[in-house]
Design a protein. Sequence first.
Length: 414
Amino acid sequence: MSAVLERRPVLNVDAVRRDFPILDLVVNGRPLVYLDNAASSQMPNAVIERLVKYQKEEHANIHRAVHYLSETATREFELAREKARRFLNAREAREIIFTRGTTEAINLVMHGYGRAFLKAGDEIILSALEHHSNIVPWQMLANEKGVVLRVIPMNDRGELLQEEFAKLFNRNTRLLALTHVSNALGTVNPVKEMIGYAHSHGVPVLVDGAQAAPHKRVDVQDLDCDFYAFSGHKLCGPTGIGVLYGKAERLEAMQPYQGGGDMILSVTFEKTDYNVIPYKFEAGTPAIAAAIGLGAAIDYLEGIGLAGIEAWEHELLAYATSRMKETKGVRIIGEAADKSAVLSFEIDGVHPHDVGTILNEEGIAIRTGHHCAQPVMQRFHVPATARASFAFYNTLAEVDKLMEGIVKVREIFG
Ligand code: 7TS
C-alpha cells in the first residue's frame, strides 16, 4: 500500500524534503525520522536564508529612527504583519499582534480582556481538550477574581459533547476559550459552529490555533472568532514569535498587557496615552528577526499550499492509523471522526518513556509524556502517551519505520 500511495502523492514530498536541511541528519546511526511536529516543526532553507539576510543586511531597531537600516527593518517587520493578516484572512493588519507565541497571546487576552472586564461570578467556558496554556492563565484569573471555569466534557473518542457544551451557557458566561485542534489527541473541534453558538449568547470566543494554523487553511472572518492565536515555531518558522489576531473593536477596548516603549503616544509622570492597535500591545523591542522569519515561513507554506498539506498529512494519518490498528498490543488514544495528523498511542505493558527511548535509538523522534494536557490524560486514565505527530514533509516510508520501531519495542519488552 505504501509504495502505491507514495507514487502519486498530493504534493511532491521528495522535493519538499530537499528544502529542509535537518531532515538529512543521521541520529544514532540512522536517518532521522522526525515525528514530533506538534511540539515544533522544522525550518526550510527559505526561512533560514531569510533570517541570515536580515542579520547580514537589514538589522536595526524598528519604529524609531529615520536611518536606512531602521526603515528597512521596520518595513520588513510590517510586511510580515501583512503576511500574517493575509494568512488568517484578517480584515486589517492592525488586528495582528506579534507575541512570543500562542502562550503569550492567550495571556495577553487574559490580562487585557479578562483582568480588565471580568468580575466575581463571571464564567469562562473551556474544553477538556485544552493545552495547559489555555487553562492555567484562566485559572490564575479565577483565583484572582473569583471567576468560574466551566469545562466542556468529551466522549471516549476524544470528541467534545456538543449537547453538554450548549448547557454550559448562562447569563454569567463571558468567554469561550477553545482549542481548534487538540495537541494530545488530534481532535479537530467544530469551532465555526461552536463560535456561532457562543455568539448567539453574546459570548466572545478565543481560539487556540497552535495545532491548526500549520495544517489547514484558517479564515478568521469565516470563523468569526474574536481572537485567534498561533505560534511561529510550529509553522516552520522561528521560536519566540507568534500571533494574536483580535477583532479591531475588541482590541481597542482592551487594556495593554505590558507597558514600555513603542506602546505609547505620550508619557508624563502623571499620565500615559497609549498608542493605537496593534502597537498598544507590543511594548519594547519585539522579536524583529523572528517576525520576518515567520513571514518567510508563511510564504513558504502558501507556496506549497495548505490544501495539499492537509491532504497529504491526512493520508499519512490514515495510513499510520490503519497500520497501528493491525498491530497487536497497541492502542490508539483519540479516535475522533475529524482528526489532524496527531497519533497518541500506548503499547501494552510498556511505559511511554521507554517507547520514546527505544525509538530514539532507531533515529525516530516522537514525544512521550502528558503533552502539557494533563486533564486529557486524566480523562483517559493514563499518566502519559507516546505521540507521533506528522508534517507535510513526512513520508509513508517513515510511518513504516515507526511501525518497525514499535514491533521492536514489543520484542524487547516480551
Ligand atoms: N496550544 C496548543 C494546542 C499547543 O499544542 C501548544 C504547544 C500551545 C498552545 C503552546 O504553544 P507555545 O508555542 O506558546 O509553547 N504544544 C506543544 C506540544 O504539543 N508539544 O510541545 C508543545
